[in-house]
Design a protein around this ligand. Structure first.
Ligand SMILES: Nc1ncnc2c1ncn2[C@@H]1O[C@H](COP(=O)(O)OP(=O)(O)OP(=O)(O)O)[C@@H](O)[C@H]1O
Ligand SMILES: [Mg+2]
Length: 570
């Protein structure tokens, strides 16, 4: 007798179900997609135990008659297509006829549904893929699917589930993704009797974002609208390294695409702090034949025929949206189109204000990299009070008007010039650590750290030894009080490993620029009065105060003459 045998149907079904139903969140995704395909305007999801004990999805959609309700639980039973040609440009989420039977084969599934005629409906009960009961039930138009004891008969799958809390989070996120796809539908999520999500119908993406993630995030977004691409993206200054969200849609269907996210980030290049990751909500509209949606077992990915063209379009659209930001904050709003920001009206050395070295400007606020007195200001002027705006800009007067300084760019300039001096001369004074920090790095990062030991040492990092997987920091620099020495070191190691520093020729300069960028105070850091004064004093002691290391301005000025003209004094 041969050793090959055909698997029993229920075994084959359970194995196939693994592709569609990976975890409770996949069940929620499939059931909610079905509700949306059925034309629901109201979808309520209830879960307990992270979806392991119970998932219930109720909708007010078309419902099914008795025959369809029974058929819906058969594999390859679908009302959404009859031929593979229908797949081109398909508008529904579903098309395989797999989801309900797959879920039913690994749980106890109850389907209650009615088409709305006469308040009579059908109840179908399935256990482990076997239909146990078909009975009439009284209910209003729509469908409710209840899934209990998920994975009760597939212990391998059950073992891979995470905590109830983690599974609930995944469910929440799956529902957020669909709620962003269909603003015209109201969504609700309850877990253990607690409301987690409540999104009323709206016509406006920003309101939906506010309902799902809070007003604060919604207020940080600017619209994108360019050649088939619509959405909202985060203002550069609000982007943070952690906590970002990315939601991509093509023709209304959510999908994941790492490269497209990268392309969107490339649209920010030069406008965002390296390491910051902007939140993105982007929706593409393309002709049906330009995208294949049937390439992933759980439909999480799609394939574009012109992948690079799409990436370019996304990058351009995002850049356009981000470039509009300063218009939105009023910088470009002068009626004569004149822009005083960064257009020749930069501060020159002779007119830069200096700072009295009074008792309120102590030395150690921005700890120097080297011993000895900091350079004296070139042109002492009476100190005026320095205001901080949006925890990002410093405002001060000089004889000829108002100066606005970007604190991060300014500090970058200061650190860069110092690092260049250190790198071509004496070593930086580092702060020795009582308890050395041990870091685990990848092999490539370790190699990079080892090869660049000198430059790291020059800015104040003493790293040793290089055996094994880890590196030990015995001393670290301390350029300001919010400085995170460990994180900065990790970022530099990554940068070095990616070989972002080119040949030997510019290596030191580029390293100094990267160091300055990683180590400088960030937009959003609140500086106290003494820190503001000290930062400006050091900035104006630099050789090139008005330019940051990327060639952007650190200072813009509003000339007094301009103020006078605008207030009719001129
Ligand atoms: N909530 C619902 N309301 C009305 N009809 C539904 C609902 N859920 C499922 N159906 C019907 O049952 C059929 C089978 O659903 P199922 O999710 O298994 O497959 P599908 O949505 O067609 O394809 P896919 O497997 O890609 O999701 C659907 O084609 C639809 O006709
Ligand atoms: Mg479906």
């Amino acid at each position: 007798m041969g050793r090959i045998a055909i698997l029993a149907d229920h075994v084959a079904d359970q194995i196939a179900a693994g592709e569609v139903v990976e975890r409770p969140a996949s069940v929620v995704k499939e059931l909610v997609e079905n509700a949306l395909d059925a034309g629901a305007t109201d979808v309520t999801v209830t879960v307990t135990g992270g979806g392991r004990m119970l998932i219930r999805v109720s909708d007010d959609g078309s419902g099914m008659d008795r025959d369809d309700a029974v058929l819906a639980l058969e594999r390859h039973a679908t009302s959404k297509l009859t031929d593979t040609r229908d797949l081109v440009g398909i508008g529904s989420f579903g098309f395989r006829g797999e989801a309900l039977p797959a879920i039913g084969s690994v749980s106890r599934l109850t389907l209650e549904t009615a088409t709305g005629t006469g308040g009579e409906g059908t109840r179908v009960l399935v256990l482990g893929g076997r239909m146990e009961q078909v009975a009439p039930v009284a209910r209003a138009r729509g469908t409710t699917v209840t899934v209990e004891r998920l994975f009760y008969n597939t212990p391998a799958r059950r073992k891979f589930l995470r905590s109830a809390r983690a599974e609930t989070r995944a469910i929440h996120e799956a529902l957020q993704a669909l709620a962003l796809a269909r603003l015209d539908v109201a969504f609700r999520l309850e877990s253990e009797g607690r409301g987690l999500l409540e999104a009323p119908r709206t016509a406006d993406l920003s309101s939906r974002v506010a309902a799902l993630f809070g007003r604060a995030l919604a207020d940080q977004l600017v619209p994108v609208d360019h050649a088939g691409l619509k959405g909202l993206v985060q203002r550069p200054a609000d982007a943070r390294p952690a906590g970002r969200r990315t939601f991509l849609y093509v023709n209304g269907r959510p999908f994941r695409d790492h490269f497209l996210v990268r392309a969107a980030e490339a649209g920010y290049r030069g406008a965002i702090h390296p390491g910051a990751r902007p939140t993105l909500f982007l929706s593409l509209t393309v002709p049906g034949e330009a995208v294949d949606v049937n390439v992933h077992p759980a439909k999480l990915e799609v394939r574009f025929h012109d992948k690079y063209g799409i990436e370019r379009a996304v990058e351009e659209a995002v850049r356009g949206a981000v470039a509009g930001v300063d218009a939105a904050v009023g910088l470009g709003a002068w009626e004569d189109g004149e822009r005083w920001a960064g257009s020749g009206e930069r501060v020159d050395q002779a007119r830069a204000p200096g700072w009295t070295e009074g008792a309120d400007a102590p030395e150690d606020l921005f700890a120097p990299l080297s011993e000895g007195a900091p350079p004296a200001p070139r042109q002492p002027l009476p100190a005026s009070e320095v205001l901080q705006l949006h925890a990002t800009y410093l405002l001060l007067e000089d004889a000829d008007g108002l100066l606005i300084v970007d604190q991060h760019s300014a500090h970058e300039r200061v650190l860069y010039e110092r690092a260049m001096a250190e790198l071509s001369g004496a070593d930086a004074a580092a702060q020795r650590l009582l308890l050395p920090i041990t870091l685990n790095l990848t092999a490539a990062e370790l190699d990079a750290v080892e090869a660049n030991r000198e430059v790291l040492h020059a800015v104040g990092y003493e790293a040793a030894p290089f055996g094994g997987e880890s590196v030990v920091l015995h001393a670290v620099p301390n350029p300001h009080r919010r400085f995170d020495a460990q994180r900065c070191f990790e970022e530099l190691a990554t940068d070095l490993a990616r070989n972002r520093f080119g040949g030997v020729h510019n290596r030191i300069e580029r390293f100094a620029a990267t160091w300055a960028c990683r180590a400088a105070v960030k937009a959003g850091d609140v500086l106290d009065a003494r820190e503001r004064a000290e930062l400006l004093r050091r900035l104006f002691a630099c050789t090139l105060p008005p330019h940051d290391v990327h060639g952007r301005p650190t200072i813009v000025r509003l000339p007094r003459g301009e103020l006078e003209r605008r207030f009719g004094r001129g």
